[in-house]
Design a protein around this ligand. Sequence first.
Ligand SMILES: C[S@@+](CC[C@H](N)C(=O)[O-])C[C@H]1O[C@@H](n2cnc3c(N)ncnc32)[C@H](O)[C@@H]1O
Length: 294
Amino acid sequence: MDKLKSFYKSPEKDFTLLLGDTFKLLRKFDFKFNMIFADPPYFLSNGGISVQSGKVVSVNKGKWDRSHGFEADNAFHKQWIELCRDKLTDDGTIWISGTYHNIFSVAQALTELDFKILNVITWAKTNPPPNLSCRYFTHSTEFVIWARKYKKVPHYYNYALMKQINGGKQMRDIWVMPAIARWEKSCGKHPTQKPLALLTRILLASTRSGDWVLDPFTGASTTGIAASLTNRYFLGIEQEKDFLELSVRRRKEIEDRKIRDRYIKRLHDLSYVHPSNPCVFEQRSEYVTDIPWD
Ligand SMILES: C[S@@+](CC[C@H](N)C(=O)[O-])C[C@H]1O[C@@H](n2cnc3c(N)ncnc32)[C@H](O)[C@@H]1O
């Protein structure tokens, strides 16, 4: 197989971006990742309205987020999850985010494809936008399903670190965190950018330093930035060039030591990541040199 041409590769070769359709690109290389985080289209851009920074805005995230109907949306999720399954190590895990619009379809696809669902994290937002119609409860949660590839192959979970971060009590499956903050948009905006706090927790819980992480719908590459801040290797796939350019600006921004340190200080969970903490384990493996992208 020919090597894929990357849109961007960091000088350290630890952060790579591919431009194109994830359904096509995932078929074009053979590589196993320890963990996949995916924030796929939720298919909720249906002309509704919401509130952002005090202003009424249309819920229109982009063409990529429009539903194509129940059957087509289900088929979409099943197909990309199946392609991702092939990219996981045997003990690898996948995290998939969503709301009620897509999460049940994702859960069904995972079950049909023989994954074992480990947890469903509820991200309870501290600052959700108000419900304008006053005919529903305020929507204030998103879900992240965590599943492993095989029912019988054990996965990695840093139980001790999660307990430490949670003040000495077992970390529960409800994570109370604010929606994305303004400081995370210093390089530009993506309409559905995830907060770094969410991604750093996911990475610290389910990967070791030196692990390989894939994001097949990388957007502004929050997963990649969190991977860089926690010393994991990252590959992101995205079909929109503008979003990849934003990803590159974000990655270059944290090459400035002062900015990187400022980010680390703002991310509560990262204050536990230091060499003297026995709950933070050493690198799992050496850097793989046989990589199918240039
Ligand atoms: C929900 S957003 C991801 C946001 C990301 N988690 C972040 O924090 O910036 C989903 C992204 O998937 C991209 N996308 C949708 N369908 C795709 C496809 N078939 N191939 C590649 N990218 C796709 C969209 O352009 C969008 O940027």
